[in-house]
Design a protein around this ligand. Sequence first.
Ligand SMILES: C[S@@+](CC[C@H](N)C(=O)[O-])C[C@H]1O[C@@H](n2cnc3c(N)ncnc32)[C@H](O)[C@@H]1O
Length: 239
Amino acid sequence: MTGMSGELSVLWSLLRGQRRRGPLAERLESFYAPQARDYDRFRDRLLHGRAELLERLALKPGDSVVELGAGTGRNLEFLGERLRGLRSVVLVDLCPSLLRVARERARNWPNVRIVEADAARFRTDDPVDRVYFCYTLTMMPSWKRAIDNALQMLRPGGRIGVADFHLPDPDSLSGKFWRRWFAHDGVHLGASHVAYLEAKTVPLYSREMRGSVPYLPGLRMPYYLYVGRKRGPAQPVPQ
Ligand SMILES: C[S@@+](CC[C@H](N)C(=O)[O-])C[C@H]1O[C@@H](n2cnc3c(N)ncnc32)[C@H](O)[C@@H]1O
């Protein structure tokens, strides 16, 4: 489905919202399956800062990279020419319909692997150079576990990156509006992701911004970008 009918099916899924009960993988699949083909066109107007996050991760040729909650693999395209030089890219998601689109997108890239798994549990065999989440932590009930898991996968000195929606003032009128609006679609705002990331990593870049929302002219949704470095092993205390 493309064009206006695709746009309408995305809008209909968003208006219907995400189921509140049942296993997470099933809830994600029933929410995303009807919009999988048209997901990218709509989300490109809503999920801001993804290309900048990838810039800020300072990827180098030979790096191994993991995206947790990769959806359709749209971020492969923001990687552009850098993708060719990467040793490996693993795209992890729990939603089969979105991963089907990702598989199609990655079919000519032997260095890309698609994995259906929970971001809070998936592990690589060897430590990796970069792990990132794009608009995914707010959809994860166990987001702290997912961050801890990402840090476990990283080599010391490796970088973790996050782009996501953000509520600077959750108890204000606009904060309450956004919280209810997004919760309907399974996106839970207001959690202190940045504070947790700052406590767990060496902050390299942290910035809050605002971006447009499709069909809501004049409204600007806050989001943040964060990049941190994994701390090295504890140094022995000098005697
Ligand atoms: C808003 S989409 C973002 C997709 C992609 N990162 C992007 O930038 O286009 C959020 C994604 O997180 C996935 N997701 C949510 N919870 C997850 C979990 N616990 N493990 C793996 N993926 C998860 C959803 O299936 C969905 O594909």
